[in-house]
Design a protein. Structure first.
Ligand code: SAH
Length: 462
């Protein structure tokens, strides 16, 4: 198994400082499953390439108790892809040989650890459950340019066809520590096989290496589940902690208080999922997310290729900044970034940029507007922007009686200007539809209580 990391920023030999390995020396290290060798095929001012060659001892592996080959057929103990394919062994080798670079420390030149460098990575063979699509899905949202070459099963017998392995080349400009953390997590998540027993330690490793970037990744759940080999309880724990790590810096976020209150039923996710289903059913390709907040719905929309143009608008500049960060805007691949637009603007003023979309969504937004401004909102959305489909959600005030921690007569969030009963929402929605030439239907969101209805309510105008 061979991994090569190249930089072309002069003096390129700085890579030696960063990796803590001198370019003029070849160094080897014993690992429990084989040997790792680090050397530099090239070390010039303009271009420096560092190679990590991993020798895996398949026989030693087969003897290890934790080996997943322990229960496979005999020959498989000795003849398998582990010595050649990138897998969790490589992650372990990266941690053992490039530990300080992975942690982002560089004793001699600390500023280098933070510097974004043009980097190119080559992996000799990568197997991925889900193939090319999965590899792109994991790396492209992080901003990598991905080149894949399929490998023949045997070069002497081309008619045997392609092997399940790819030669992978990644290019990106970013700090080396980030690159190593991405590889550390994504390679084992792509690989089908894991040589070691998965336990709580793996959750810690995932959090440590993934906490800065994984929460904002559109495939965070899939990556987490696959890294933890589909051990459900561990994946659940990891996802919860990743979400918490993500929220820490965002205490002032408008949605938080409301979400905490509603947490038990994870209502917010349900709203977003319901909205996505409605948008799909409506056949929308261009979607406006009005009052997009920190971009949770945007992230979900990006996962569905159907939505070719996604535009988020919010009046809060800070919310947009958080959205950008959580969506990894700065390092997002050109393909994804092309689909996404973020606009700073208010929903109560006519805005030409909102015209020409198939659908508009405002999830838990109208209750943040002064009731007196609802008329302006109505005109902006239904008269000027005028998409074929408009989906609005808002709390159902009747349900508040069931929130133990909410005292009577108060709203779920201090910025709410009103909260409507089902009848109030219906009366307003039917009025809008009649005035603006739309039809409308209403649906509950969340578990329905016989007397108080569901916690949230949705109107779909079409
Ligand atoms: N739709 C998001 C956020 C809901 S919170 C979600 O589902 O998670 C309400 C959002 O509406 C906040 O981000 C707030 O900044 C935004 N907002 C409030 N008044 C607005 C206005 N007049 N114009 C645009 N956005 C507004």
């Amino acid at each position: 198994m061979y991994l090569e990391i190249v930089t072309t920023r002069p003096p390129a030999t700085d890579l030696g400082f960063l990796l803590g390995k001198h370019p003029e020396r070849c160094q080897s290290r014993e690992l429990s499953f084989g040997k790792a060798h680090v050397f530099y095929p090239q070390a010039d001012e303009e271009r420096c390439a560092a190679g990590l060659f991993l020798e895996i001892d398949a026989v030693a592996l087969s003897r290890s108790h934790n080996s997943s080959y322990a229960d496979s057929f005999q020959l498989g103990h000795y003849v398998n892809d582990r010595p050649y394919a990138a897998s969790s062994f490589l992650s372990t080798a990266i941690a053992k040989t490039f530990g300080s670079a992975l942690n982002g420390t560089c004793k001699e030149r600390p500023e280098l650890a933070e510097a974004a460098l043009p980097l190119e990575v080559t992996l000799s063979a990568l197997s991925a459950a889900g193939g090319e699509e999965m590899i792109r899905r994991f790396f492209e949202p992080l901003g990598y340019v991905v080149d894949l070459e399929t490998q023949l099963l045997d070069e002497q017998f081309p008619r045997w066809g392609a092997s399940p392995y790819f030669k992978l080349r990644l290019r990106h400009t970013l700090p080396l520590k980030q690159l190593l953390r991405h590889l550390y997590v994504l390679i084992p998540a792509l690989d089908n096989n894991k040589h070691y027993f998965i336990n709580k330690d793996e959750v810690e490793k995932l959090l440590e290496k993934g906490r800065h970037w994984l929460p904002g990744h559109p495939a965070v759940e899939l990556i987490t589940r696959r890294f933890l080999k589909h051990r459900r309880s561990l994946a659940g724990q990891a996802l919860e902690r990743l979400a918490a790590a993500d929220g820490q810096a965002e205490e002032a976020q408008p949605e938080r208080e409301e979400e905490e209150l509603e947490e038990k039923i994870s209502l917010h996710q349900l709203r977003h999922q319901t909205v996505v289903e409605e948008l799909k059913a409506a056949g929308a390709q261009s979607v406006l997310d009005l009052g997009c907040g920190s971009g949770k719905l945007l992230r979900l929309l990006l996962q569905h290729g159907q939505f070719a143009r996604i535009t988020g608008l919010d009046v809060s500049y800070r919310a947009l900044e958080i959205a950008k960060r959580r969506l990894n805007w700065d390092t997002m691949s050109p393909r994804l970034r092309e689909r996404l637009h973020l606009l700073h603007g208010a929903l109560t003023y006519r805005d030409k940029r909102l015209e020409g979309h198939d659908a508009a969504v405002a999830v838990e937004v109208i209750e943040h507007l002064d009731e007196a401004r609802l008329g302006a909102f109505e005109r902006v959305v239904f008269e000027y922007a005028r998409p074929r489909t408009v989906i609005l959600t808002t709390p159902n005030a009747e349900y508040n009686a069931l929130f133990e921690t909410l005292s009577a007569g108060t709203f779920r969030h201090r910025d709410h200007r009103f909260e409507w009963t089902r009848a109030e929402f219906r009366a307003w929605g039917e009025g809008v539809a009649a005035r603006r030439g739309y039809r409308v239907r209403f649906a509950p969101i969340g578990p329905e209580d016989e007397r108080h209805g569901a916690p949230s309510q949705m109107a779909v105008f079409y």
